[in-house]
Design a binder for this molecule. Structure first.
Ligand code: NAP
Length: 340
C-alpha cells in the first residue's frame, strides 16, 4: 500500500505515522507532504526516514490513499486532486465534513458509511464530536437520542503546534512568578498569539470564532456533525466549548435525553463492552490519563436528578489519536479493504 500524508510534520500527521507503525499497517511507500518551510526535512518512519515534499501537480501519482492533516483551505485545494489521481482520501480537516457527498465517519459508530464515496473523499469529525460519539453511539443505537447538552474542556493541542507552543511558552516564561499565577481581575492579563488572552492558568469560554446565534464554530461543529454521524437531523444539540490549559486530551460533560428513559444500569450494560472505550462508571478519568492511548474514557455516569430518564456522563479522549489520527487510520483500513 502506498500512502501519502499531507501535513506530515504537524501534530496529527506525526501521530498518523506513529499509529501506522504501531498497527503494523503494510506500507510500501510513505510519501510525506508539508509546507515549503519543511521541504527536504526528514521525519522518522518504520526505522527509516521520510523526506518532506511540497504539494505540486502530479504529487499523488502512484499512491493508493492520502490522509489529509492540513488546514481547510489547503485541503479544499488538494484533497480533490488526490481523489482525481485515484486515491482514497481521508480528510481530518473541516473542509468537506458537511458535504452531502462526503461521509463523516467515526470508525466505531458508522463505518458502513464508507461503502459509498462519490467524491473519493471521506471526512473525520472534529476531535470533540469524535470523542463524544464513541461514547454516545452505542446508546443511540438502542435508544435514539432526542436532546444533548454538551460542555467541553478542550486542550491546546486542538489548535495544532501553535497552540501547544503557546501554552508551554507562557508557563516557562512565568514559572517563578507567583503574582502572575494568582493575578486576578485587578491585573492586566496579557494577550496570546493563538488566543486573544493568556491561556496558561486560565479557561477561555470561547473556542473557535463566533457564528450564528452567538455559538462558536466549534459549537456548531458539535451540533451539525452529531446529527450527520448519527443520521438524525432532528437531534437537539446545544454546546458550550471551552479551551483549558491542558496539553493533550479533550474532555466534556454530556447531558443526554433519549426517546425512552435510560437508566444508569442500562447505559452501563451498553457501554461495558462497547468498542473503542473504557468505562469506569463511577470513576473520574482525566485528559492526562487519556493522552497517548487509543480508547476514549467514560466516567461519572449518573441519572439526571432534575429530569428522570436522562443521563449525565463525563467523556475524555486523546484529541490527536482517537480525535484525529487513529480514526483516520481505522477509516483507511476499512476503505482500502473495501477496494480490494
Ligand atoms: N490538533 C487536533 O487535535 C486536531 C484534531 C482533529 C482534526 N484536526 C485537523 O487536522 C489538521 C492538522 O492539524 P494539526 O493540529 O496537526 O496542525 P499543525 O500541528 O499546525 O500542523 C499543520 C501541518 O500542515 C502543514 N502545512 C501548512 N501549510 C502547508 C502547505 N501550504 N502545504 C502543505 N502542508 C502545509 C504543516 O507543515 P509545516 O510543518 O511545514 O508548517 C504541518 O505539517 C487541521 O485541519 C486540523 O483542524 C486537528
Amino acid at each position: 500500500m502506498n500512502i501519502g500524508v499531507m501535513g506530515v510534520t504537524g501534530l496529527v500527521g506525526t501521530d498518523i505515522l506513529r499509529i501506522l507503525e504501531q498497527r503494523q499497517t503494510p506500507v510500501t511507500e510513505l510519501r510525506g507532504f508539508a509546507s515549503q518551510r519543511s521541504a527536504g526535512r526528514t521525519v522518522p518512519f518504520n526505522g527509516g526516514e521520510v523526506t518532506c515534499r511540497v504539494l505540486e501537480p502530479g504529487c499523488f501519482d502512484g499512491l493508493d490513499a492520502v490522509v489529509v492533516d492540513v488546514d481547510d483551505p489547503i485541503s479544499l485545494e488538494w484533497a480533490p486532486q488526490a481523489a482525481a489521481a485515484g486515491c482514497v482520501v481521508i480528510d481530518n480537516s473541516a473542509a468537506f465534513r458537511m458535504d452531502p457527498d462526503v461521509p463523516l465517519v467515526v470508525a466505531e459508530v458508522n463505518p458502513e458509511d464508507l461503502a459509498d464515496l462519490p467524491k473519493g473523499i471521506a471526512s473525520c469529525p472534529n476531535c470533540t464530536t469524535m470523542v463524544l460519539m464513541v461514547a454516545l453511539g452505542p446508546l443511540h443505537a438502542v435508544n435514539p437520542i432526542k436532546r444533548l447538552i454538551v460542555s467541553t474542556y478542550q486542550s491546546v493541542s486542538g489548535a495544532g503546534q501553535a497552540g501547544l507552543h503557546e501554552l508551554r511558552d507562557q508557563w516557562q516564561a512565568n514559572a517563578d512568578d507567583l503574582d502572575w499565577m494568582t493575578s486576578s481581575g485587578s491585573g492586566e492579563i496579557p494577550q496570546g498569539k493563538v488566543w486573544p488572552i493568556q491561556i496558561a492558568g486560565n479557561a477561555i469560554p470561547l473556542a473557535g470564532s463566533v457564528k450564528d446565534a452567538g455559538y462558536t464554530s466549534e459549537e456548531w461543529k458539535l451540533v451539525r456533525e452529531t446529527r450527520k454521524i448519527l443520521h438524525d437531523p432532528d437531534i437537539q444539540v446545544s454546546a458550550t466549548c471551552v479551551r483549558v490549559p491542558v496539553f493533550v486530551g479533550h474532555a466534556m460533560t454530556a447531558n443526554v435525553e433519549f426517546e425512552r428513559p435510560m437508566s444508569k444500569a442500562e447505559a452501563v450494560s451498553l457501554l461495558a463492552d462497547a468498542p473503542g472505550l473504557v468505562l469506569d462508571a463511577d470513576g473520574a478519568p482525566t485528559p492526562l490519563e487519556a493522552a497517548g492511548i487509543d480508547p476514549v474514557l467514560v466516567g461519572r455516569v449518573r441519572e439526571d436528578v432534575s429530569r428522570p430518564g436522562a443521563l449525565d456522563l463525563w467523556v475524555t479522549g486523546d484529541n490527536l489519536r482517537k480525535g484525529a489520527a487513529l480514526n483516520a487510520v481505522q477509516m483507511l483500513e476499512v476503505a482500502l479493504a473495501q477496494r480490494s
